[in-house]
Structures are given as structure tokens and as C-alpha cells.
Design a protein around this ligand. Structure first.
Ligand code: 5AD
Ligand code: SF4
Length: 442
């Protein structure tokens, strides 16, 4: 009889893509997806270590798996990903019911390990990082949908002082353009209309002599592919050539994630971010000049060790000057083993909370301002799902990555439709489908 698996994924989109890769491997071994966690023969959790909060969520899930294992002692429990890499000893010590611990470069070993596990009561651990593993030849098992995640490079060599990723995911390495194009073409044949190319540092992509602009150019000409997104880039690797390729192809979405992290030059230096506030402001201008109506989002960390009130105000000042379309905002979380964890003058939770609140409030205003600017425009929207608020409405995104809610009429999921934007509320836009009989699909 076929064995079944259940996999839970925490953290970034890279983890979502990695879980699809693991599913592909499991299915090749004859495993089937379980209907629910209680009926599975094997449970895997793909973990995230980026902030303490992410780890806490995984720990509480592991407690739940322990209860399941008490009822079903033969079940296999596997911990995958960044926490497996980082915390293997403490997981094995404090959670003896965990059978398998596999780091992000060890998934290829999963079938062999499952076979070994069948004849072995001991936990099996493999967390060796590789300079080469890019899982080039493995095809992920994707659920049907709109967007296919394609990982194009792995690891990070930037070593921002707050970040655990270079330790959990190892050195940067990239796949060949040919293998990425082949995977994107397969995704189109499987019915996907959008791809998102993923990497911890997506625009550091380098394979032999080819860089990220060359890769984007190659992917942009795949027939049947309607939208191309990518995340997450580093400001240091955004150049004119990349912006020119984006401007030249309608299929490449008019959207850039540009992580600021902090607005003070002293803090940026202590973070090892390699740019100054002035450079970042210039870059944002250059992006907006090159790509009219581009959507720009960012990441901001408040309360980095030693951040003074005046330095925090500089973050607000840069936000005010740029007015990002959206932002992911975080309280600094100390990650054992990183350089910043050893810095002095860590801020209290209260101070970090208060700064975070101010950043969130300011961003709310900016998001609304930026969204209000689109009222009266006709935007091309890819219909992705039913709106949470009403069964009569769709939710879809503009190519600048803004969500739009509008009445369905005769349109359907995966259609590209022109929508007149009529209002901006909260973080979304509202609009009316410009319905031309028989011709509403672009
Ligand atoms: N504390 C808070 N935020 C962090 N990030 C990365 N490491 C930390 C940390 N230790 C944030 C950064 C990064 C995003 C993916 O997560 O803003 O861009
Ligand atoms: Fe972490 Fe910095 Fe690398 Fe991003 S660029 S993954 S924040 S070390």
C-alpha cells in the first residue's frame, strides 16, 4: 500500500519552493499526499530560522507532532530547512521523537534516508552544506495554480550582520539558464501563467559568464508565459542593464522589492548592507525614472543594536522621501551566531515595539497615498482568486503588485482583464471590470 506524507511549510517563498521539491522526491518514491496530518505515515516540517518568532511557531508545531506520535509510534517525523541546519543538536536533544533532520542542501538524500529509517530506530541527520547543490535535475511537484515558484540560485554571500541565512543556506550558487528556461517552459505546459524566480539574493545570479539581466531576457521570450516576477534582490546588484531589460518586456512585472533595512548610514554600515542612505535614495529615483508607475516595496528592521532615536528617525525620513508602495517591517531579532548578536546596546522589546508601530503607521499612509495615485487608471489585472469579502468579487494583482477587488461578471480565474480603478481602501484597490463582450480577455 502507498505511504502518505503531510508537509507543513514555514517562512519564505524559497521554503515553499523547497517543499515542492521535497514533494516531488517523495512522490517519486511512491508516497502520496495525505488527506490530513492525522492520517499521514510521515510528517515533515520545513522550517525558518530568520527570526525568533519563526522558530517559536515551529517549536509549537513539533509539540503537536509529538502528541500524534504518541498515538501512532510508527509515524516518521522529519524536520527540514533552516532550523534543521541551525539547531540540529538541540532538536535531537530536546525532541527525541524527531526521526529525520535534513538541512536545505540534503533533500536529495531523502529517499535513501527513508529506506534506511525503515530498518533503523535511530534518528538520521544530514545537514552538510554544499557549494554546488542547486537541485537542477529535480522537478518540483506543484499544486495547480497561477504562479510557479522557480528557484534560480541558492545561498547568500552578503553576510548582513543581523542575518542567519548565510549560515543556514550556505554559499551562493546558481543554476544554468538552460535548466531554468526548461523548468519555466514545463510550468507553462502545466498551465501556469506566471513564474516567480526565487533566490536569497536573486539578482546576484551568476552562471558561467551570464548574470541576472541575461537570465531575465531569456525567460521573457518564453511563449505562453504571461508574467514574470522575481524576489528577493539586493540593492547593490540592481543596475541599469537590469532596469533596461525590465523596461523592454511587458511580461516582466513592473515591480521591485528594494530592501532598505535602515535609513542611517552608521546603522547600515553596522548591518554590512554595503550602500549608504544617499545611494539608496538615488537608486529609488533611478528605478522610478526607468520604469514609470513601478511598484516598489521594502523590508525594514527597527531596533538594530545601538540604534539611537535620531538614527531611527532617519529610517522614517527615507520612507517619507521614497514613499514605498508597501513594506515588510520587523523588530530586530537577535540570531545566535551572527555578528550583530554580539554587538552591545540591544534595545528593549518595548522600544522596538514602539518603533515598529511608528513604521507601520507611516507605511499605512504611504501605501494609501500610492494607491490613491492609481485611481482613474485602467490596470491590467491577472485574476487569481475569489475575494475573501464576497463570492461576487475577484481578487487579482496589477503588474505593479497591487491587489484589486472587482465584480466578476463573466470573467474567470487566470484571465487578464482591464480594470478601471475607482477607489483605494486599506491596502487594496477597488475597481470595475471594463467589460467588452467577447473581448474582455487580453
Ligand atoms: N531580525 C529581524 N529581521 C530580520 N530579517 C532578516 N534577519 C532578521 C533579524 N535577525 C529581515 C530582513 C530581510 C527579511 C527577509 O527579513 O529585513 O530582508
Ligand atoms: Fe540575509 Fe543579507 Fe543575505 Fe538577505 S542579503 S539573505 S538579509 S545576509
Amino acid at each position: 500500500m502507498n505511504k502518505s506524507y503531510f508537509i507543513e511549510t514555514f517562512g519564505c517563498q524559497m521554503n515553499v519552493a523547497d517543499s515542492e521539491l521535497v514533494e516531488g522526491l517523495l512522490q517519486k518514491e511512491g508516497y502520496k499526499p495525505a488527506d490530513n496530518i492525522n492520517s499521514a505515515d510521515a510528517i515533515f516540517v520545513n522550517t525558518c530560522a530568520i527570526r525568533e518568532h519563526a522558530e517559536e511557531k515551529v517549536h509549537s508545531q513539533l509539540g503537536r507532532y509529538n502528541l500524534i506520535k504518541k498515538q501512532k509510534p510508527d509515524i516518521i517525523i522529519g524536520v527540514l530547512g533552516c532550523m534543521a541546519q541551525n539547531l540540529k543538536d538541540s532538536i535531537l536533544e530536546s525532541r527525541p521523537y524527531v526521526d529525520i533532520v535534513l538541512g536545505p542542501d540534503s533533500y536529495r538524500k531523502l529517499p535513501e534516508i527513508l529506506n534506511r529509517k525503515a530498518n533503523n530506530a535511530k534518528s538520521i541527520v544530514d545537514t552538510k552544506l554544499s557549494r554546488y547543490e542547486v537541485y537542477d535535475d529535480l522537478f518540483p511537484s506543484r499544486n495547480e495554480g497561477i504562479n510557479a515558484w522557480i528557484s534560480i540560485m541558492r545561498g547568500c554571500d552578503k553576510f548582513c550582520t543581523f542575518c542567519i541565512v548565510p549560515f543556514t543556506r550556505g554559499r551562493e550558487r546558481s543554476r544554468s539558464i538552460a535548466s531554468i528556461v526548461a523548468e519555466a517552459e514545463q510550468a507553462v505546459r502545466d498551465g501556469f501563467v506566471e513564474i516567480t524566480m526565487l533566490g536569497q539574493n536573486v539578482n546576484s545570479y551568476k552562471h558561467e559568464q551570464e548574470g541576472f539581466p541575461e537570465l531575465l531576457e531569456a525567460v521573457a521570450s518564453i511563449s505562453g508565459l504571461k508574467r514574470i516576477r522575481y524576489t528577493s534582490p539586493h540593492p547593490q546588484d540592481i543596475n541599469t542593464e537590469l532596469l533596461e531589460v525590465m523596461a523592454a518586456h511587458d511580461t516582466i512585472c513592473n515591480y521591485i522589492h528594494l530592501p532598505l533595512q535602515a535609513g542611517s548610514n552608521r546603522i547600515l554600515k553596522r548591518m554590512n548592507r554595503t550602500y549608504t542612505k544617499e545611494h539608496f535614495l538615488g537608486l529609488a529615483d533611478h528605478i522610478r525614472d526607468s520604469l514609470p508607475n513601478v511598484g516598489i516595496s521594502t523590508d525594514i528592521i527597527v531596533g538594530f543594536p545601538g540604534e539611537t532615536n535620531a538614527e531611527f528617525e532617519e529610517t522614517l525620513d527615507v520612507m517619507e522621501k521614497i514613499k514605498f508602495d508597501s513594506a515588510f517591517t520587523f523588530k530586530y531579532s537577535s540570531r545566535p551566531g551572527t555578528k550583530a548578536a554580539g554587538y552591545s546596546n540591544h534595545l528593549s522589546e518595548e522600544e522596538k515595539k514602539e518603533r515598529l508601530q511608528r513604521v507601520i503607521e507611516l507605511q499605512k499612509n504611504h501605501t494609501l497615498d500610492r494607491n490613491l495615485n492609481t485611481v482613474g487608471n485602467v490596470e491590467t489585472v491577472l485574476i487569481e482568486k475569489e475575494s475573501k469579502k464576497s463570492t461576487q468579487h475577484w481578487a487579482g494583482r496589477t503588474d505593479s503588485n497591487k491587489w484589486v477587488i472587482f465584480e466578476k461578471h463573466n470573467s474567470k480565474i487566470k484571465d487578464f482583464v482591464p480594470v478601471l480603478i475607482t477607489a483605494a481602501k486599506g491596502v487594496s484597490l477597488h475597481g470595475d471590470l471594463i467589460y467588452k463582450e467577447e473581448a474582455h480577455v487580453i
